[in-house]
Design a protein around this ligand. Structure first.
Ligand code: ATP
Ligand code: MG
Length: 558
């Protein structure tokens, strides 16, 4: 098991900066934002950013905005806008009245673009996308000025207005900032501010056929909203000089500052919306909420409690250097939370029938089972014992090795909450497989203890044959078999055994009846949650996580 590193919880370099700014009286209020692009579902990397931005707004006087960066209508959809809001709420955060969209600022961004033109700081470029790309230069070579760079202000204004009016087809022209094609920072080599895109936008409909670039819209949106600390991941560090350039050149109402932190990377996991979108589109998973997906929707469906995610992001902390977090740390947090909060039940994943030969036919009795070993207030429930039971196939061996203490011919074990039983016979099918066991029970051991003080070395879970219900149980393993999946060729790294379906499992009748969507522990098996694929005839349960970390060991064995 991966031991969680002792992270200093609650304090990081960004919070230190904010505290210093407050101490110096720079701000009365701290305003942060979480700015997703609605082009996919949120993943656990976003959870880190959400917890950071909304967490800061809770800890310091201030607020956190939810702002959709909806500048690319081709990739954005209302479904994503809705799912993102549901996920932020599920994680436990609330933006109150502060829900915004970059598209709310399209008018103002356009006016500011005209101002840049008027000030000689932007021009319309007729080069193709390809020409623009190749003339941008490289890290070691400066770019080349566009032949259209020195157009007059009048010509630029006229062309830009006609772009807006819809006179030109997609890709015919762009508006570029006029900064410096030889700048060491490639982001400053006349970046594109507007492109022509005749596309329907989820919010502005057909009002626009030119759309601002993310880089042009982002900082100005922050300024319009009065964001004080604009927190983003490290890949935007090199964009900061460009954002600052816009803020300096434009009459924006406030002066946001950007701070960058290391994005979350996890072993066995890809956190890229591009790849996640492809997993869904190519049918490698059953959807954005497939329980194997690192999306919040997937984790919610899998039974991961939001408190476990909050604890996880707290433990990993916020740093300035990129690193990869062991997925075992996430699993540790999930187990900790579920161990504390989930009720215990019994399920038999691969049933083996047992007949208790000395238990009277037709008789049953109710035994008491506890719902949570550390929480008496969780109460108890009744389990019906009878002549026919199920145990786990794995809990029986006909010819056991030395250290196998569970059921085998002649060996005595405890059935949890019930009796000591001893195996007296084995029934096999034509193929020689064990299909049924004959056992005897000791009536004096009711509740699981022998009055003569004799001991057994194993306690096993079981279910009554008559008072249990067939169920499908889905066991999930890592979606990727490679600890650092290759995002550019991810299909090759997929784990072919990421989903195992046990269609003949059995669960306690009370579990089947309750319809509860709370995760529960099936004793000795792990944590499970009812899945939405359940039907009245057949409940479906997903394993959130096993009781122990067996994955690392399996990988080591190869
Ligand atoms: P992806 O890289 O998965 O495609 P993205 O950065 O394109 O994500 P956005 O919708 O732009 O997705 O992200 C919204 C916010 O979440 C941004 O501020 C971004 O920096 C942050 N974010 C995205 N991925 C991570 C991550 N792995 N760890 C921490 N923050 C992240
Ligand atoms: Mg992004």
């Amino acid at each position: 098991m991966t031991e969680p590193v002792a992270a200093e919880v609650g304090r990081d370099f960004i919070r230190d900066i904010i505290q210093a700014d407050l101490d110096q009286g720079k701000y009365k209020e701290i305003v942060t934002r979480f700015p997703p692009e609605p082009n996919g579902y949120l993943h656990i990397g976003h959870a880190k950013s959400i917890a950071l931005n909304f967490g800061i707004a809770q800890e310091f006087p201030g607020r956190c905005h939810l702002r959709f960066d909806d500048t690319n209508p081709v990739k954005e959809e209302q479904e994503y806008i809705d799912s993102i809001q549901a996920d932020v709420r599920w994680l436990g955060f609330d933006w109150g009245k502060n829900l915004f969209f970059a598209s709310d600022y399209f008018e103002r961004l356009y006016e500011w673009a005209e101002k840049l033109i008027q000030d000689g700081l932007a021009y319309v470029d007729d080069q193709t996308q390809e020409e623009i790309r190749t003339s941008r230069g490289t890290l070691t070579e400066p770019g080349k000025n566009s032949p259209f760079r020195d157009r007059s202000v009048e010509e630029n204004l006229d062309l830009f207005r006609r772009m807006k009016a819809g006179e030109f087809p997609n890709g015919a022209r762009v508006l570029r900032a006029k900064i410096d094609m030889a700048a060491g920072n490639i982001n400053l080599r006349d970046p594109v501010l507007y492109r022509i895109l005749h596309a329907h936008h989820p919010r502005t409909g057909n009002a626009w056929c030119i759309y601002p670039s993310y880089d042009y819209a982002h900082g100005q949106s922050d300024a319009i909203e009065g964001i004080t600390h604009s927190i983003c991941t490290l890949e935007f560090e090199d964009h900061r000089p460009l954002y600052d350039w816009f803020i300096e050149k434009l009459p924006v109402p406030s002066d946001p500052h950007q701070y960058e932190f290391a994005r979350l990377n996890l072993t066995y996991t890809v956190l890229s919306k591009r790849v996640l979108t492809q997993l869904v589109r190519d049918g490698h998973v059953a959807g954005w909420d497939d329980p194997r997906m690192p999306t919040m929707a997937g984790m919610r469906r899998r039974g991961v409690p939001p408190a476990a995610l909050r604890e996880f992001v707290k433990r990993i902390g916020v740093a300035k250097a990129n690193s990869v977090v062991d997925v075992g740390m996430l699993e540790f947090c999930i187990r900790e939370e579920l161990n504390r909060t989930s009720q215990r039940r019994m399920a038999v994943l691969r049933p083996l029938k047992v007949v208790i030969e000395n238990y009277p036919e037709g008789q049953t009795e109710e035994l008491e089972a506890i719902n949570h070993p550390d929480d008496p207030s969780a109460g108890t429930r009744k389990i019906t014992f009878g002549r026919e039971l199920y145990i786990e196939q794995d809990d029986f061996m006909e010819n056991p090795p030395k250290k196998f203490f569970r059921l085998s011919p002649g060996n005595e074990v405890r059935l949890r909450y019930a009796y000591f039983v001893k195996c007296t016979g084995v029934i096999k099918n034509d193929a020689g497989e064990v299909v049924e066991l004959r056992c005897t029970y000791d009536p004096a051991t009711k509740g699981g203890n022998a009055p003569d003080g004799r001991k057994v070395k194993a306690t096993m879970h079981w279910l009554p044959a008559a008072n249990s219900v067939p169920a499908e149980i889905r066991i999930y393993n890592q979606l990727f078999a490679n600890p650092s999946p290759d995002a550019s060729n991810f299909a090759a790294d997929l784990n072919p055994n990421s989903l195992e379906i046990l269609s003949d499992a059995r669960i306690e009748a009370s579990v089947a009846e309750s319809n509860s969507t709370e995760p529960m522990q099936f004793e000795r098996q792990g944590y499970f949650v009812r899945d939405k694929d359940s039907t009245p005839g057949k409940p479906v349960f997903s394993r959130t996580i096993g009781l122990r970390d067996t994955f690392a060991k399996e990988v080591a064995k190869g």
